[in-house]
Design a protein around this ligand. Structure first.
Ligand code: HEC
Length: 96
């Protein structure tokens, strides 16, 4: 996978930032795994996002947010995030 400077920058800022940045992305990410974690019987199929390519995650989340990609729920969830938070989430899940 091609590495983009902003992915590395986001990863570094998560790793080195004191108090605020790290718990924020981790706290957001905990909500994601509620749905994207192991699938339970009878549940709608939800794609796995652990080890998800960062560039694709940015593309998917901004696409959902900006209405370019169809979604049942991710469109609403993605609206909550800034570009920076989406990049931080992408770096977070790509590193799992
Ligand atoms: C309420 C359950 C729920 C939560 C919470 C949730 N997702 Fe999703 N996610 C879905 C569903 C369902 C889809 C399939 C698209 C749709 O219908 O919205 C999806 C699709 C995706 C996709 C596209 C996967 C693909 O390859 O098609 C990505 C990326 C994603 N979610 C990331 C996240 C991230 C990051 C978070 C946390 C900020 C998150 N999701 C939180 C339910 C959820």
């Amino acid at each position: 996978m091609q590495r983009h400077p902003w992915i590395i920058a986001a990863a570094l800022s998560i790793a080195s930032a004191p108090a605020l940045a790290a718990p924020t992305v981790e706290a957001i990410a905990r909500n994601c795994v509620v749905c994207h974690g192991p699938k339970e019987a009878g549940q709608v199929e939800i794609p796995k996002i652990a080890n998800y390519p960062a560039r694709k995650m940015v593309e998917m989340l901004t696409g959902f947010r900006d209405g370019q990609k169809e979604a049942t729920i991710m469109n609403r969830i993605s609206k909550a995030f800034t570009d920076e938070q989406i990049q931080a989430l992408a770096a977070h899940f790509a590193g799992q």
